[in-house]
Structures are given as structure tokens and as C-alpha cells.
Design a binder for this molecule. Structure first.
Ligand code: SF4
Ligand code: SF4
Length: 197
């Protein structure tokens, strides 16, 4: 009985398994190709609309070199992986005239009007090696200043290659777009975060 199983039944089972595997291979071989032969071909921008790449800053529509970010720090506070570091600007020192006005206001018991800090962050860095792409930062930004990039061709030789200065990146994107004579935004609008269900 064992000999029949070994020399007859088992080869039939193995052959059937091979046929099933070849059927699957044949089906996908004949189907429309969904991958590209990189680097001879690249993914079309219109196919990246739902792609969730690393986090990046969105440009200010009035001045694309600058971010929409108002340096509130909420993204860094909510990020579960501590990927984001936002350095807020300090208010400028009051001029002698302003200082005098502040002291006079204080003497009158009024609330002095002190110089306000600029809204734009001094620096905005991001460690992609820690990011889980959870979208918490994107969804909680009150200014709509964060989004996922469509940057898919990433390569590096050390972790440091994935530590991003997002302000410098935004500036580089805007300058590149200006040189190309186009709008200062990525070729394809990156994926918006979908609320967690
Ligand atoms: S990106 Fe958004 S949440 Fe983060 S500091 Fe800027 S405005 Fe605040
Ligand atoms: S996507 Fe998530 S893990 Fe990545 S930076 Fe934003 S909050 Fe942090």
C-alpha cells in the first residue's frame, strides 16, 4: 500500500500541484502588466495619486518657497514615533521705542503689545527611518501643512540619508518647479491621508 502511495498517488498529487501553480503563473503572465521595468520605465504620475510616501510640507500658495506651517508643534506632539522636530521662532527683541511703549503700558496697568514671533518654523526635520506613515501628523495639522509625498525612488547608503530637512526640501522643490517653468508643486498631487476607520 505504501509503495502504491509513494510511486503512484504522490506523483499525481505533485503533478496536480505543479499544474495549479502553472495555471496561476500563466494567468498573471497573460494579464495586463501592473509593474514597470525600473529604471527603463518609471511609474506615471497619475498612478501615484494614492501613493503614501514619506511626509513632506505643503507649500504656501502665495509663496511656494515657504510652507503653510504655522509652527504650532502639534504634529511633533502627536507623532507616536518622535519623527518630527519643529523649532518655533522666537519673537524679535522690541526696538527701544517699542520697549518704551511696553513699559508705559505696564505702568498704566494695561496689557502691553509685544512683538509677535514669525509664524514660519525656524527648522523642520523629519526622521523617515522611524515613521510608520500612520498619518496622525497629517490629519491633526490645523493648517493643512503636511501631506504624503509621491517620492518613490528612494535609495541611501546610511540611515542619515533618510533624515530630511523638510524646509530645505520644500525650497528645492519650488526652485526646481520655477526652473522648469511650471507651478511650484509636485508633478502629481500626493495622496491625502484617509481618516482611520
Ligand atoms: S506642520 Fe502643521 S501641525 Fe506641524 S507645526 Fe506646522 S502647522 Fe503645526
Ligand atoms: S506619519 Fe505618523 S509616524 Fe510618521 S511622522 Fe506622521 S505622525 Fe509620525
Amino acid at each position: 500500500m505504501n509503495a502504491i502511495r509513494k510511486h503512484l498517488i504522490q506523483p499525481i498529487v505533485d503533478l496536480w500541484s505543479l499544474i495549479v501553480g502553472l495555471k496561476v503563473t500563466g494567468k498573471f503572465f497573460c494579464d495586463k502588466q501592473v509593474t514597470v521595468h525600473y529604471p527603463r520605465k518609471v511609474v506615471r504620475n497619475e498612478d501615484l495619486l494614492a501613493y503614501r510616501g514619506h511626509v513632506e510640507l505643503t507649500p504656501n500658495p502665495k509663496d511656494p518657497v515657504k510652507p503653510k506651517c504655522i509652527a504650532c508643534g502639534m504634529c511633533a506632539m502627536y507623532c507616536p514615533s518622535n519623527c518630527l522636530t519643529v523649532v518655533k521662532p522666537k519673537p524679535p527683541k522690541p526696538t527701544p521705542e517699542e520697549q518704551k511703549a511696553i513699559e508705559e503700558a505696564k505702568a498704566r496697568g494695561e496689557k502691553p503689545k509685544e512683538p509677535k514671533a514669525p509664524r514660519e518654523p525656524v527648522s523642520f526635520t523629519y526622521d523617515y527611518t522611524l515613521c510608520s506613515l500612520c498619518a496622525t501628523c497629517v490629519e491633526n495639522c490645523p493648517a493643512g501643512a503636511l501631506r504624503f509625498s509621491n517620492d518613490i525612488y528612494l535609495a541611501g547608503s546610511s540611515r542619515k540619508d533618510f533624515f530630511y530637512d523638510l524646509l530645505a526640501r520644500l525650497k528645492g522643490q519650488a526652485e526646481k518647479a520655477t526652473k522648469a517653468g511650471g507651478a511650484a508643486k509636485p508633478a502629481a498631487e500626493p495622496a491625502a491621508a484617509k481618516p482611520a476607520s
